[in-house]
Design a protein around this ligand. Sequence first.
Ligand code: PRE
Length: 362
Amino acid sequence: MAQDLTPVRDGIDKIDNTIVELLKERLSLAKTIGKLKNESKRAKWDPLRERQIYERLTKLNDGVFPKDALHSIFHEIITTCRLSQQKIAVSYLGPEATFTHLAGVKYFGHSATYSPMESIADVFSEVEKGRTQYGIVPVENSIEGAVFSTLDSFMKFRTKICGEVRMEITHNLVCKSGDIKDIQTVASHTQPLAQCREWLRKHLPTCPTLPVFSTGAAAQMAANNPNIGAIASSLAIKTYELQVVVKGIEDYRGNTTRFLVIGKESPTPSGADRTSLLLGIKERPGALNEILSVIARAGINLAKIESRPIKGKQWKYLFFLDLMGHIDDQHIKDCCTTLKALCSYFEWLGSYPVTEESSPDA
Ligand SMILES: O=C(O)C(=O)C[C@]1(C(=O)O)C=C[C@@H](O)C=C1
């Protein structure tokens, strides 16, 4: 005879009731803090406080409840509390269900309002014009490297970087029927097409590829045409009612994309931050070396350097640099003062908390 589960389920119901009551109480306290912050014109978002909460809870949990799950639960709770202090509108590279959309939801939770944009430049423009407070854009992939339209947009629009999201990317081949025999063309954004190049060559050697402006757009096309296969996210499968043909078709494991959250202001220090700079280097021998020496002498970890041609100025370049630390840290501030004097162009793009990697399906 089956055991009676009722008494144990009663115990779970009691706990769930307490959790809901406590969540309501927590939300009300966060709203009170929101009002106090309004009065003193303090930023609603406090990354340092949030980091401290996660660290305290991780210790308290002692590994009993799975660490990532605990983090996700509190991430949703804290973002919901933060959103109760101030409504947040986020633009992203659309349409719905792109990896950028997923990254946005990972970062801001489900309660924010999301608006899909047709291009990365449109996301920057929305934020610059103040139509959405934040935007989310891909900036680099561990296999394919930099996303040039994002870097180029930093040269064109006045925005600040507020945060980053690192997400392990799993590419799925999808189509309407779920049968590989129906696929005559494979559509996706150029980056996923490149990241799955070998797999496609081996398994669909005669199928042409069709680059489109996002994985979401490819999924949309596959939903409307049974002979189009798309390389898309797990969210796209649900959103566009597609069937999985093969999961995980990327050529290399550990395929991670870094996304940037852009807004009007960078947050205050969190204790583990990254500072992004855009520099123009004077045309003289050893100029780049001089810049790098300043950073090295200050004992600052240079996390990334990337150059991009300046549009309309032949053979002229700007450099994107990421330094570990926050602009409010004295040694970063001093280093930036020296760099400003040495460079033909200097722009602080933002300082923001470094985040851990997470999988889109986590
Ligand atoms: O402690 C604060 O400053 C709050 O506003 C509360 C809270 C939270 O929900 O815990 C919300 C937003 C901040 O970014 C940090 C923490």
